[in-house]
Design a protein. Structure first.
Ligand code: NAI
Length: 325
């Protein structure tokens, strides 16, 4: 058996974590021979609920789960963390503007960035799910100057998986028969799900579906999927978000296949003219734990306009919280 890895999860008593923690305990992240120690962070009012979740984790008698620790102190939760899932965030309350949400969450991620900087494993992989995920990741990484920006990513895998499934359903194939979709930009309604380079059973996706379906149905469907789920369930996506968090972190840790790529929000290296440093979702491949942007894709005017629009939104978000950078 390998030495256990330390996995920190914030917002551990919340909805997403209620799926995520059990997947982690079951070995879905790193496989059946990798034991885990879970470090769960919550705010004081949620500690009682968290104790209930810990009881349930115990009741799974999960063979890989060595220990569970709970705390409301990020410096304890992130100590020696190899993997950190930053899920916890304040939801938008009644009368709260988007700007107010950005500001309250920005403060959470600046504190957590500082704590990670101080106590986490120097190779920690930090995946930010709590919204606004891209800007929260930017704040966390800027507050962790002793870690590399590459230690941080924002979750766009749920959008990527949604795009895969929508295309697969349209074409009547399995999602594993669809490759190379891209989600560019922000995890928000301005994201640009792009099929120009996607393949369905080896054929270019846009030779299989109508261009009008792509522009008029597919793009808004993927962009609005989160809202559609809230309208149906009365709550935001939770199990699919947890699944996406596992998918993104697993690919980051274990690598992507050579003939496919995934979308991840990462600090821009300036590829495709996106401002360097912005946390923006790109098509990426991962080798030995290092993420690299898929370069050299042809980008037409339609795509460029959409990529710029979502970049502009990220710059606006950054402007609102610039005092925390
Ligand atoms: P939730 O409201 O059920 O749970 C959030 C938890 O975070 C709560 O238990 C709360 O007590 C905790 N929390 C708040 N501040 C904290 C802090 N400073 N430290 C530690 N924990 C803290 O929300 P849910 O459904 O689990 O969603 C979590 C976040 O994920 C939300 O911001 C949501 O918008 C976002 N999300 C992101 C997605 C993505 O694709 N990037 C998809 C779905 C949700």
């Amino acid at each position: 058996m390998k030495t256990p890895v330390h996995i920190a999860v914030t917002g551990a008593a919340g909805n997403i974590s209620y799926s995520l923690l059990f997947r982690l305990a079951a070995g879905d992240l790193l496989g059946p021979d990798q034991p885990v120690i879970l470090h769960l962070l919550e705010i004081p009012p949620a500690m009682k609920a968290l104790q209930g979740v810990v009881m349930e984790l115990s009741d799974c008698a999960a063979p890989l789960l060595h220990r569970v620790e709970i705390t409301d102190d990020p410096y304890k939760a992130f100590k020696k963390a190899d993997y950190a899932f930053l899920v916890g965030a304040r939801p938008r309350g009644a009368g709260m503007e988007r700007k107010d949400l950005l500001v309250v969450n920005a403060e959470i991620f600046s504190v957590q960035g500082k704590a990670l900087n101080e106590v986490a494993n120097r190779n920690v992989k930090v995946l930010v799910t709590g919204n606004p995920a891209n800007t929260n990741a930017l704040i966390a990484l800027r507050n962790a100057p002793d870690l590399r920006p590459e230690n941080f990513s924002a979750m766009s895998r749920l959008d990527h998986n949604r795009a895969l499934s929508q295309l697969a359903e349209k074409c009547g194939v399995l999602s594993k028969e669809v490759k190379n979709v891209i989600v560019w930009g922000n995890h928000s309604a301005t994201q640009y799900p792009d099929l120009h380079h996607a393949e369905v059973k080896g054929a270019n996706a846009l030779s299989v579906v109508d261009y009008e379906w792509f522009t008029d149905e597919f793009i808004p469907k993927v962009q609005q999927r989160g809202t559609e789920i809230i309208n149906a369930r009365g709550q935001s996506s939770a199990a699919s978000a947890a699944n996406a968090a596992v998918d993104q972190m697993r690919d980051w840790a274990l690598g992507t296949p050579e003939d496919n790529w995934v979308s991840m929000g990462i600090p821009s290296d300036g590829s495709y003219g996106i401002e360097q440093g912005l946390v923006y979702s790109f098509p990426v491949r991962v080798t030995n734990g290092e993420i690299s942007v898929v370069k050299g894709l042809d980008i037409n005017d339609f795509s460029l306009r959409n990529m710029r629009a979502t970049e502009a939104e990220l710059k606006e978000e950054r402007e609102i919280i610039k005092n925390l950078l």
